[in-house]
Design a protein around this ligand. Structure first.
Ligand code: ZN
Length: 110
């Protein structure tokens, strides 16, 4: 309501070919896609702190703030935002992609 923040909402599967490789993208989209996949990669390294920094350049100055990355408890989407410039987004469809480091397999009965 009234928020003028541009939010990125993407689904990684829309960028992948049937064999799981990344579809050919124009350079700008390719850079954004690399950023999103890095977010997923860091989000699923559950034990490691986030080191990814904001890519935006508000007022032509690099923001570079540490991103906050977490999961949507309802549908497991990866959510991220920049606490400084308020860039934010949602990434769906990341499970079992190349960038999913989680490997959350069901526990084997012992
Ligand atoms: Zn920022």
């Amino acid at each position: 309501m009234g928020r003028m923040i541009k939010s990125w909402i993407i689904d990684l599967r829309h960028f992948l070919l049937p064999d799981g490789k990344v579809a050919p993208l124009p350079p700008r989209a390719e850079r954004l896609f690399a950023y999103w996949t890095e977010i997923v990669s860091q989000a699923t390294q559950y034990d490691d702190p986030t080191t990814l920094r904001c890519r935006r350049r508000p007022g032509r100055k690099p923001c570079k703030s540490l991103l906050t990355i977490f999961f949507d408890a309802d549908n497991n989407d990866v959510l991220w935002f920049c606490p400084r410039c308020h860039d934010e987004g949602r990434i769906a469809g990341w499970e079992d992609t190349f960038w999913d480091n989680g490997g959350l397999e069901p526990e084997k009965p012992s």
